[in-house]
Design a protein around this ligand. Structure first.
Ligand SMILES: *Cc1c(COP(=O)(O)O)cnc(C)c1O
Length: 430
C-alpha cells in the first residue's frame, strides 16, 4: 500500500478486553455520558490530515475540510489547529466555520443551489472563493458584488463527466447529466463570460467526482480535463486562474475495501498539476473523519421473530442513517466481548422496517444492557441524525489521549419543540 499502518483510534485493552478509544474505555464513556453517543478519536483525524498533507507536499496545496461530512465545532477546532481550511455548502455551514475560528480567507463556498442571501453572506464574509455551478449563478454573484462595490473571487465547478464506480448511486456526482457543476463543453464559454463581467474574478477551476472512491485513475483523468480547460483559457488570454480544486471523495475502509493508495495518488495526480504551477485544493470529508468515530449504543432487547434473531438497540436510523439510506456496511462490535457470536439483525427503536444498523451479521452474543460500538461512523453520521419519532439527537464525545469531553450535548425534549408556536398568529390570506 505504501502508506504505512493507518492509525486506528479504537483498540481492545490488552488486545482482547474492553473496547477503548485511544486511552479511554468506551464503557467509561457510556456510563458517564449515556447512550447513544458518538465518540471521536482526535488522533485518527490528525493522522489522516497529516497523511494527506504529506502526500500533497510536492505541490503548493490547500486542504479544505468539507463540513458536510461532520460539522461539529469540537472536530472543526481540531482540524483548524492542524492548519486545515474549510469547505462549506450552505449559510449554516459558513456560520459554523466562522464560529469555529476559520479565517474567512480559509473558507471556500460551494453547492449547487446557493440562494442570493447565501451568496451575499459569502461575499460579505469575504471567503477565499465561491465555486459557481452555472452561468446564472455567476451572473447573480456579479450583480451582488457590483451592489456591494466588491469583486467576487470565483471558481467554476466543472462537471468532468467521468463515469465511475461508487458503492451507491447517490454519491456519484461527476457523471454526464448529473445536476452538479457546469457541463464540460460549456466551461470555456462560462469562463469567458466570467472574464468579461466587471465584478467577478475567475481564480479557480473545480471538480468533485463522487464519494467513497477507492480508485485513483478518475482523479488523474479529471485533473487532465481541468488542465486542458486551463490551457485553452490561457490560449484565449484568460490567465487569472490560480487554483485547481479536485474536490473530495477519497474512500475509507468500512469492511474489506482497499483504501486509496496515497503514493499512487501522488505519482499520478500531482505531476500534471505541478506543470501548471497552480495551487492544488482538496476538499476531503470522509477521508479525514470517516474512521475516526464509533456510535455507542446499548442493547435494549433480544428477540426472535420469523426464524431470525434480533438485537434491539437504543440507536437506529435516527442516529445513523447510512445503513438504511445507502445500504452502507458498518462493523458492529460488542464493547465487552461475550465469547460466542450470533447471526442477528441489529435494529433500532424507530417505527419503520428500514430502521436497522446491520442485517444478517455475526455479532457477539450481546444481552440487554451490553454496549455496542458501530464502527467508522465519523463521516455522514451525526450530521444526518434526525428527530424522526421525536427522538433526541445523541451526544458527541471527543477523545484526546486519555481524556474525553462532551462536545455536543444530547438533546432534551424541550429542544424538539423550541421553534413551535404555541399561539399561532393568524394572518388573512386574501
Ligand atoms: C461532499 C463533497 C466533498 C467531500 O466528499 P467526501 O467524499 O466526504 O470526501 C467535497 N466537495 C464537494 C463539492 C462535496 O459535495
Amino acid at each position: 500500500m505504501g502508506q504505512g499502518v493507518l492509525t486506528t483510534g479504537f483498540t481492545r485493552a490488552g488486545g482482547k478486553g474492553v473496547l477503548q478509544c485511544e486511552g479511554v474505555s468506551l464503557e467509561r464513556v457510556a456510563n458517564d455520558v449515556g447512550t447513544p453517543a458518538y465518540v471521536y478519536s482526535s488522533a485518527t483525524m490528525r493522522d489522516r490530515y497529516e497523511r494527506l498533507d504529506r502526500m500533497l507536499e510536492p505541490v503548493p496545496h490547500r486542504i479544505h475540510y468539507t463540513l458536510k461530512a461532520n460539522s461539529s465545532r469540537g472536530l472543526l477546532e481540531v482540524l483548524r489547529a492542524l492548519g486545515a481550511g474549510a469547505d462549506v455548502v450552505s449559510g449554516g455551514e459558513l456560520t459554523r466555520a466562522l464560529r469555529a475560528g476559520f479565517a474567512p480567507r480559509d473558507i471556500i463556498f460551494g453547492g449547487v443551489g446557493k440562494t442570493e442571501a447565501e451568496l451575499a453572506y459569502a461575499l460579505d464574509a469575504d471567503v477565499l472563493l465561491v465555486n459557481v455551478e452555472s452561468e446564472a449563478e455567476l451572473r447573480t454573484l456579479d450583480r451582488l458584488a457590483r451592489d456591494r462595490g466588491v469583486t467576487a473571487r470565483v471558481s467554476i465547478r466543472v462537471n468532468p463527466e467521468i463515469t465511475l464506480e461508487t458503492p451507491h448511486d447517490y454519491i456519484k456526482t461527476g457523471g454526464r447529466g448529473h445536476k452538479f457543476g457546469v457541463p464540460y463543453d460549456d466551461v470555456v464559454h462560462v469562463a469567458t463570460i466570467a472574464a468579461e463581467l466587471g465584478h467577478v474574478s475567475l481564480i479557480g477551476l473545480d471538480m468533485h467526482l463522487g464519494s467513497q472512491l477507492t480508485r485513483i485513475d478518475p482523479y488523474r483523468e479529471g485533473v487532465e480535463r481541468l488542465v486542458a480547460i486551463h490551457d485553452e483559457l490561457r490560449g484565449r488570454g484568460i490567465d487569472t486562474i490560480e487554483y485547481l480544486d479536485i474536490g473530495g471523495g477519497l474512500g475509507v475502509r468500512y469492511d474489506t475495501e482497499q483504501p486509496p493508495d496515497l503514493e499512487r495518488f501522488a505519482s499520478l495526480v500531482l505531476p500534471p498539476v505541478a506543470k501548471t504551477g497552480m495551487t492544488l485544493i482538496m476538499e476531503p470529508g470522509r477521508f479525514i473523519v470517516g474512521n475516526a468515530a464509533v456510535l455507542l449504543a446499548r442493547v435494549l432487547y433480544r428477540k426472535r421473530s420469523g426464524g431470525k434473531d434480533y438485537v434491539v438497540a437504543d440507536a437506529g436510523m435516527t442516529e445513523l442513517l447510512r445503513p438504511s439510506h445507502y445500504g452502507a456496511f458498518h462493523r458492529v462490535l460488542a464493547v465487552r466481548r461475550r465469547g460466542e457470536t450470533r447471526r442477528v439483525d441489529v435494529v433500532g427503536p424507530v417505527c419503520e422496517s428500514g430502521d436497522f444498523l446491520a442485517l444478517d451479521r455475526d455479532v457477539d452474543d450481546v444481552q440487554p444492557g451490553d454496549y455496542l460500538a458501530v464502527c467508522d461512523v465519523g463521516a455522514y453520521g451525526y450530521v444526518m441524525a434526525s428527530n424522526y419519532n421525536s427522538r433526541l439527537r445523541p451526544a458527541e464525545v471527543l477523545v484526546d489521549g486519555d481524556r474525553f469531553a462532551v462536545i455536543t450535548q444530547r438533546e432534551e425534549p424541550e429542544d424538539l419543540m423550541r421553534r413551535e408556536v404555541a399561539a399561532p398568529h393568524w394572518l388573512r390570506g386574501v
